[in-house]
Design a protein. Structure first.
Length: 298
């Protein structure tokens, strides 16, 4: 067994106050699109808003982590966050485990209360509002972080024997968490790992590779999140399922599922299912395919 606690000083009393805020055109308006192409002839098939759709494959990934890494008798969830992803994650958890209780903490109390009422009715579970992130995870079988934070909201010292932890972004946990748990598995690879990078290229949030133009001084202003070697080299879910990596072998082990990176064609699969359902129900607007085709080769 690895140690289940780590002294950590100098942290603020509440964590996750530094958050990522993004919008298109104006606050409260967002833009996310999925483009679906035919595998038969490469023509565009659909353009779908991903506001709700994106939650499904990501939440499903977290659900797979719970299915294969949490204790089979896990029944209580500590949820940090109360947005759309928190809803999708709990939906997935309830499909693979008999969840009876959830404890929620969010810096937005009104959102947390609305979430608690909704999930209690939707899943028939007992739901409580926690007084802090620490309170939300104490004594829980499954801990889920679903936030827009740019700093840790779950601390290593909060680990308890038998606990399973999952996340939404790589900034929600301390970099050493994978070393503190008994079993750590990641969903998949977020982006190609290159041995050499140009001066303008860097790995940013969640380990995604990006190119930043501008002067060295301007590029230095862009926040970076360089993943540690223990995250980069973490076994993938496919390694666990094929037996190349070992999962939980005892009820008192701690496990961590890094829900960052691709698991096969998860987004394409969900988008295709939504597309076919929409066609069956006569939903959506037809756009001429010829609008997107041309007689000039790239």
């Amino acid at each position: 067994m690895r140690p289940h606690a780590l002294r950590h000083g100098g942290m603020p009393r509440e964590h996750g106050r530094i958050r990522e805020n993004k919008y298109a055109r104006a606050p409260g308006t967002f833009l996310g699109l999925l483009f679906l192409f035919s595998a038969k002839d490469a023509t565009p098939v659909a353009m779908i808003n991903d506001g709700l759709l994106q939650h499904m494959p990501v939440g499903g990934g977290a659900g797979l982590g719970v299915k294969y890494l949490s204790r089979p008798d896990s029944s209580v969830v500590g949820m940090i966050g109360s947005g759309g992803m928190a809803r999708a994650y709990l939906d997935a958890f309830c499909h693979v485990r008999s969840i009876k209780k959830i404890k929620i903490w969010s810096p937005n109390t009104a959102n947390a209360q609305a979430y608690a009422r909704e999930v209690a009715e939707r899943h028939g579970v007992e739901s409580q509002i926690a007084s802090s992130a620490r309170d939300a995870v104490r004594g829980m079988d499954i801990v889920s972080c679903c936030t827009s934070t740019n700093e840790p909201v779950f601390l290593n010292e909060w680990l308890e024997p038998g606990m399973h932890v999952t996340n939404l972004t790589s900034s929600e946990f301390q970099p050493s968490l994978p070393q503190m748990v008994d079993v750590a598995v990641r969903a998949g690879e977020a982006t190609p790992r290159l041995e050499r990078l140009s001066e303008e290229a860097e790995y940013f949030r969640a380990g995604f590779l990006g190119y930043v133009a501008g002067t060295p001084e301007e590029r230095a202003l862009v926040p970076k999140l360089t993943l540690s070697a223990n995250v980069v080299n973490m076994p993938h879910l496919v390694d666990l399922l094929t037996g190349r990596a070992q999962g939980r072998t005892a009820d008192d082990q701690t496990t961590f599922f890094l829900n960052v990176g691709a698991i096969g064609v998860q987004f394409e699969g969900v988008a295709a299912a939504v597309y076919h359902k929409a066609r069956e129900q006569g939903l959506g607007s037809e756009i001429p395919t010829d609008w997107f085709l041309q007689d000039i080769r790239d």
